[in-house]
Design a protein around this ligand. Structure first.
Ligand code: NAD
Length: 503
């Protein structure tokens, strides 16, 4: 019997005896022990091979750490524990995270809403109830080949520790879905959350770890840096244990991750256009646009941000929007809101003026925007809309507000061309309302987006009313698509030459 197997068996026997005796794994809730890297350094013989250590490092923090290096060392140790626990342990973690996200959706939705002050409380709660739709362990199936020369198996195996960056727009939902996907693939994870959504993220991480430790004895499988900064982002990316990055956020963080030299899966920004032609059902289109764009006050990266509509159907579409809890702003009201919601900087050296979104307006309620527009809204208003030209800041900026600009177009070609321009090459999401397959195909080809939704609201692209599965991290510039457990794996091939083919 190999030394590894003996150690493994000893650990399992000790664990089982401990459980029979009614003992729970011992948790040191006092100050953490010295970070593992320091110990590794002292023991180093000078070569690059890392010594395996059985000494517990950084226990008792339930995943919440002051520094990136502490978090990464703890996660590395948890990765080794997870490997020992096998598929059963991964499955248990998946079950725990999915069940806890749903059970705590009300409480966690509220603390996230109170901390970030963006979006809608009802939708913050709803998003946490959806984590059960994220794929898990069962997603991973090996690929096999069998032939005259034996059999070959390709397996989807873990990287180790994944460094993950989460956005302010859905902090706990993103990290919860990320834990399910990343751990289902056999990895541990360390989060650097958005500073304005970090406290709620730490609450969820601590709770997940407490439950996972209680049920599996694995500690720190998902870690978080308690007070995230740009320095902790850099330290996380540089840490030797971090083999892969997952970034969910806007253009700056995508650029920063790509410059680290590590492989980065980037779930980047979007500015999803909607094109409406004269073959669609205007009522269905209007309801879908409201449902997608009003969700969490339009914080979703996939949310409808601007509408291009054929002139012949434009009035009807706007009428249907108004009949379904959306309110139209007139030109003067739109001008007032635009002045408040954007800072327009004059172009330098003859360049075009550049609009910057005023952060105070992101994810705010329609009533807040209406105040700036100078109108009162009827109760229950979900969305504002206004007619604009194609270069208006509400069209060009990823504004994340419950206010949809409507642009009339003269032809299908013009609608598709304007949609393409407004998407800015993010290749994220586009939506069409049409029953003409040629128009649908032309737009799908031209836009070339990761998600393309026909005749439904944007969340249908994530399995919410459409077929498919959910993730809050949609890898766009790097091309992995809607992330799932396989996204976080290395493909490894195992070949048996000339044998084990059984017929
Ligand atoms: P953000 O870019 O401001 O922040 C995202 C994360 O990146 C945060 O953790 C932040 O602290 C960090 N960050 C920002 N700039 C950084 C830099 N230069 N170096 C290191 N870290 C940096 O985004 P946000 O406002 O929190 O979220 C909204 C953005 O995220 C939108 O652009 C939206 O489209 C995008 N998003 C994309 C997806 C997707 O799946 N593709 C999902 C959610 C959000």
């Amino acid at each position: 019997m190999s030394a590894v197997n003996e150690t493994l068996i000893r650990d399992v026997v000790a664990e089982v005896l401990g459980r029979i005796a009614g003992a729970t794994p011992t948790v040191n809730t006092s100050a953490p022990a010295s970070p593992a890297p320091a110990a590794a350094k002292n023991d180093s013989c000078g070569c690059s091979v890392k010594k395996a250590t059985s000494a517990p490092a950084l226990r008792g923090n339930y995943g919440v750490f002051a520094t990136a290096d502490e978090a990464c060392s703890a996660a590395q140790e948890a990765f080794v524990q997870l490997q020992r626990g096998g598929m059963a342990a991964r499955r248990k973690v998946e079950e725990i995270v999915k069940a806890m996200a749903e059970k705590n959706s009300e409480a966690w939705g509220r603390i996230e809403f109170e901390e970030t002050k963006i979006g809608r409380l009802d939708h913050k709660i709803a998003k946490l109830g959806l984590i059960k739709l994220v794929p898990g362990v069962d997603w991973l199936r090996p690929d096999a080949r069998s032939g005259d020369h034996g059999i070959t198996l390709e397996e989807y195996t873990p990287f180790g520790v994944v460094g993950a960056i989460t956005p302010s727009t859905h902090s706990i939902p993103t990290l919860s879905g990320n834990i399910v996907n990343i751990v289902a693939a056999g990895n541990a994870v360390v989060f650097n959350a958005h500073p304005s959504a970090a406290k709620c993220a730490a609450v969820a991480v601590r709770a997940y770890n407490e439950a996972i430790y209680r049920e599996t004895g694995i500690e720190n499988i998902a870690c978080i840096i308690e007070k995230p900064t740009l320095d902790s982002f850099n330290a996380l990316c540089k840490n030797e244990h971090v083999r892969l990055l997952l970034v969910t956020g806007g253009p700056m963080v995508v650029k920063a991750a790509m410059q680290t030299g590590k492989r980065a899966i980037c779930a980047g920004p979007g500015n999803p256009p909607v094109f409406v032609d004269d073959t669609c059902c205007p009522t269905r289109a209007a309801k879908a646009i409201i449902s997608g764009a009003a969700f969490d006050n339009n914080l979703l990266c996939i949310g409808e941000k601007q509408v291009f509509v054929l002139e012949s159907v434009a009035d009807k579409l706007m009428q249907r929007l108004a009949e379904n809890a959306a309110v139209k702003l007139n030109a003067a009201q739109l001008a007032s809101l635009t002045k408040a919601a954007f800072t327009i900087k004059e172009g330098q050296g003859g360049g075009c003026a550049q609009a910057h979104t005023n952060k105070d307006f992101i994810g705010k309620d329609p009533s807040f925007l209406a105040q700036a527009a100078g109108i009162n809204l009827p109760a229950g208003t979900q969305l504002l809309f206004a007619e604009t030209d194609a270069m208006h800041p509400f069209v060009q900026e990823e504004q994340m507000m419950p206010m949809i600009p409507i642009v009339r177009v003269k032809s299908v070609e013009e609608g598709i061309a304007m949609s393409l321009q407004s998407e800015h090459g993010y290749k994220h999401t586009a939506i069409i309302h049409s029953h003409d397959v040629e128009n649908i195909t032309a737009m799908a080809r031209a836009l070339d987006t990761t998600l393309f939704v026909k005749n439904g609201p944007s969340p249908a692209g994530l399995g919410l009313g459409g077929e498919g599965y959910l993730s809050f991290s949609i890898a766009t510039p790097t091309g992995e698509g809607i992330t799932n457990p396989r996204t976080f794996t290395r493909v490894r091939r195992c070949v048996m030459v000339d044998n084990l083919r059984i017929y």
